[in-house]
Design a protein around this ligand. Sequence first.
Ligand SMILES: C[S@@+](CC[C@H](N)C(=O)[O-])C[C@H]1O[C@@H](n2cnc3c(N)ncnc32)[C@H](O)[C@@H]1O
Length: 287
Amino acid sequence: MNVFGGSWTDQKLEIVVEYTKAYLEIMKSRRYWKLLYFDGFAGSGKTGKEKISEEKGSKIIEGAAKRILAINDPRSFDQYYFVEKNKKFVNKLRESIDTDFHFKKVSTTVVSGDCNEKLKDMAAFLSYRGPDYKVLAFIDPCGMQLKWESIECLKGLSIDMWILVPLGMGVNRLLKKDGNISDSWMKKLQEFLGLSSFEIKDAFYEDQPVLPLFGKETKEVKKEKTIEIAGELYRKRLKNVFKYVSKPFLLENKKHNIMYHFLLGSNNRTAVKIANDIINKWSRKIG
Ligand SMILES: C[S@@+](CC[C@H](N)C(=O)[O-])C[C@H]1O[C@@H](n2cnc3c(N)ncnc32)[C@H](O)[C@@H]1O
């Protein structure tokens, strides 16, 4: 079993499944396009445990891969492409798809590899076969594995992409209070945000006087509300790649700290309107 539980797992998957059904409803009559579902961090097929109650214990949540494959109505995708780095999970997912979906007469591929590489391969493929294909992608990493350059290469392509962005869980934790960020953490931030170290410092740090009464001397300190700053910044960056970007669905821990932003990028206005409606509904639901 893949252990990344928490009830936000279920919320995120419900949003993707609801969006996918709406997407397939629109595509039902548009058979001239081949529909490809791309899952870049596919997991093993099962995704952690969610606690139901003290008495009832917990339930294992079916992962996105199998939930998306289970959608036949209004239609299926023509091709499903799952990427997973962990070979054990790859084997489990393959077995599980063979068992549960052997009847489904569509092309299903599970590959062992790095999502970053596969996104670049897909971008090259779509640049060549673009007019024939529409892609719905789900990018669900557990950390900061997705590099900005892998998103950037999708600019102008026919792709709707749900992305889980670990801004509280990942980025904010690397932004040390005193600005003393190690080289390896700075490299990680640069790769993830696609920004230079100067741009990162400028976005998240400010100079404060050491002795406010007299001082000309200053020290670098982390700004307030850096998760919110990171959220705005990442969304703005996404808008350079996709024409439209949804509002984020915020995944919080029990103390109401924002851990992840979950949002959709698309070149289609209607796609983002549908995503926003679903996000609003789920935001109201969890209060
Ligand atoms: C949060 S889990 C995905 C859960 C999955 N979406 C589901 O619904 O079951 C993230 C997965 O990404 C895999 N992973 C980590 N780094 C990766 C990479 N660079 N490329 C592809 N998969 C990766 C991990 O092994 C893990 O199974």
